[in-house]
Design a protein around this ligand. Structure first.
Ligand code: MN3
Length: 206
């Protein structure tokens, strides 16, 4: 069974003006599709792996046959990370962004003092990730922690469940923000979906 690219859970223009429609088309239809296609091509050599969820492939990377482990790391990671990414954002007109709600809102205050301090630490991780990669928030040892990974590496591979993540590859922002990664990171909070993030936080705590 081949992996498939799900349609975006909203219209391509739904995240305007923070993420532009042209970036969304390229990012979802070209970049994410390429990860899915390349993952499927790799799995052809080991079709038995195709019965696992992509998150399970990434979680158990060490058990993937060596001849395709690098391809699964990059492309399975890319598929998993982008699937998360689309689903923790929501249309501006449906009330995206704002202050964090529910349990994640409380945990942010507990571990970071304020939402502003949490954002500052997260954006800083994104700015300092050299080259391509992701900034993440994970739950470890009863605390929210901020981390980053290069390329398409996922916290899942380290046994951590990503609660939220932002893509800091240039393809995620260059059309609109050019080289201004900090501006993209700052604007991104206007499109986050705190309900979806709370659902992921509940899973992370299990
Ligand atoms: Mn991307």
């Amino acid at each position: 069974m081949a992996y498939e690219l799900a349609p975006l859970p909203y219209h391509y223009a739904a995240l305007e003006p923070h993420i532009d429609v042209a970036t969304m088309h390229l990012h979802h239809d070209k970049h994410h599709q390429a990860y899915v296609n390349n993952l499927n091509a790799a799995i052809e050599k080991h079709p038995e792996l195709g019965s696992h969820s992509v998150d399970d492939l990434v979680r158990n990377l060490a058990t993937i046959p060596e001849d395709i482990r690098g391809a699964v790391r990059n492309n399975g990671g890319g598929h998993s990370n982008h699937t998360l990414f689309w689903n923790i954002m929501k249309p501006v007109e449906e009330g995206a962004g704002g202050a964090p709600t529910g349990a994640i809102g409380e945990q942010i205050i507990k571990d970071f003092g304020s939402f502003d301090d949490f954002k500052k630490a997260f954006n800083d991780a994104g700015v300092k990730q050299f080259g391509s990669g992701w900034a993440w928030a994970v739950f470890e040892g009863g605390k929210l922690k901020i981390t980053s990974t290069p390329n398409q590496d996922s916290p899942l591979t380290s046994g951590l469940y990503p609660i939220l993540g932002n893509d800091v590859w240039e393809h995620a922002y260059y059309l609109k923000y050019n080289n201004r990664r900090p501006d993209y990171l700052a604007a991104w909070w206007n499109v986050v979906n705190w309900d979806a993030i709370n659902t992921r936080f509940a899973t992370a705590k299990k």
